[in-house]
Design a protein around this ligand. Structure first.
Ligand SMILES: NC(=O)c1ccc[n+]([C@@H]2O[C@H](COP(=O)([O-])OP(=O)(O)OC[C@H]3O[C@@H](n4cnc5c(N)ncnc54)[C@H](O)[C@@H]3O)[C@@H](O)[C@H]2O)c1
Length: 354
């Protein structure tokens, strides 16, 4: 088992990563003997995992709350249902929530934990690749409102994160690939070791080999935790985690968040941002080719020709990375280090779509 840390001072937390089952002893260290535990999960998580988790928790009284699977559950309605359940169960500040599922469960459970009684503890047990390498670490919690995604939320770190590669066996191909998109992102913004691992183990990764998954998750978490610990509230360096997101979000918004997964959209966004980096003279032709080959070898789509600049423009320039009327982009340099900049030729965005 691998142990990493994220967060600073009082809100520092441990991240356990294993290719075996979740370690009981460590998990129970976070749960008071006399307290209550509410496991929040969704209807798509295999029941056998929930059963196995329940029996792991010793002494405490364990309750379950299942929300419908899917992004629509990150809503005020479901948030309110969770709060009402916590009240009905008479939860106090010594009790704890376990978020057991993907990013949807993690985001809404974390937000409920951050606001109930002005904050109770929660643990993340992420079960999708995306939530294991991304959303469970960094303390961002949120729900969606009709005006936009993640517009209501809080920065609120979990007490601990428990990651097991075993959960990934039952994940759909589309969800698995979506998570791989984020793994590739870390390899392009600041992690050469991860890039080499990805390039030399494509078959194993596509076969979801436990040992290689452990390594690539470890490397992804290393990069994510380093960045979010330096910049907990996204006032600086954390922005580089959005590599590919300006264009990816535009593709998602254009397709109404229905026809393409988040990871697939972000992957296309990374290719667009890499092309702009090439036109800006920041990377070389062969480096762009390497990026596209890597993405392709991991079974993700690299062709974005069906998305037109004229259609995506309004979303690109509406992005929250526009400060004082200037668009900020995350670009990469020859050393595969990402950085935020508003110093680029805007014609290169249009050119990247040709
Ligand atoms: N907080 C953050 O920093 C952060 C970062 C990135 C994304 N997010 C959020 O994460 C969400 C997306 O998360 P996601 O990609 O994990 O999607 P998700 O939570 O919707 O899970 C995807 C699907 O997989 C199913 N599932 C989960 N684990 C499974 C397993 N082990 N086996 C079989 N099926 C399983 C779920 O039931 C669901 O239907 C979005 O709401 C996004 O905004 C948050």
């Amino acid at each position: 088992m691998i142990e990493k840390y994220a967060g600073k001072n009082n809100s520092k937390y441990k991240i356990f990563i294993t290719n075996k089952i979740i370690p009981s002893i460590e998990l129970n260290k976070y749960i008071n003997k006399t307290s209550k535990v509410l496991i929040i999960t969704d209807s798509g998580i295999p029941k056998k995992y929930i059963k196995a988790l329940k029996v792991k928790i010793k002494n405490a009284r364990v309750y379950l709350h299942t929300i419908p699977q899917g992004e629509a559950s990150k809503s005020f309605k479901i948030f309110q249902e969770i709060i009402k359940k916590l009240i009905r169960l008479n939860f106090s500040r010594t009790d704890i929530i376990i978020a057991f599922g993907g990013g949807v469960v993690g985001d809404i459970s974390g937000f409920a934990a951050s606001s109930f009684l002005r904050g109770i503890d929660y643990i993340q047990i992420p079960t999708t690749l995306l939530s294991q390498v991304d959303s469970s670490v960094g303390g961002k919690t949120a729900i969606n409102i009709p005006e936009g995604k993640n517009l209501v939320g809080a920065f609120y770190n979990p007490r601990a994160v428990f990651i097991s590669t075993r959960f990934l066996k039952t994940l759909s191909e589309e969800e698995y690939k979506s998570g791989l998109g984020e793994v590739i992102k870390y390899s392009l913004i600041d992690n050469e070791k991860l890039r080499t691992l990805l390039q030399s183990n494509t078959t194993k990764i596509l076969n979801r080999d436990n040992k290689i998954l452990l390594k690539i998750i470890e490397e992804s978490i290393k990069t994510k935790s380093k960045i979010v610990t330096k910049d907990e509230k996204e006032s600086g360096i954390r922005a580089i985690l959005n590599f590919g997101h300006t264009f990816g979000h535009a593709i998602e918004a254009h397709t109404n968040y229905k026809k393409i997964s988040h990871g697939a959209a972000i992957t296309l966004g990374m290719i667009i941002a890499s092309k702009i980096s090439l036109y800006e003279g920041l990377i070389k032709d062969h480096q762009l080719d390497n990026i596209i080959n890597l993405i392709d070898s991991l079974g993700l789509d690299t062709n974005y020709s069906k998305y037109k600049f004229s259609e995506l423009k309004k979303y690109i320039f509406n992005d929250k990375k526009v400060a004082d009327g200037k668009l900020n982009l995350i670009l990469i340099n020859q050393k595969f280090k990402a950085f935020k900049t508003d110093q680029f030729d805007q014609n290169n965005i249009r050119k990247a779509f040709k």
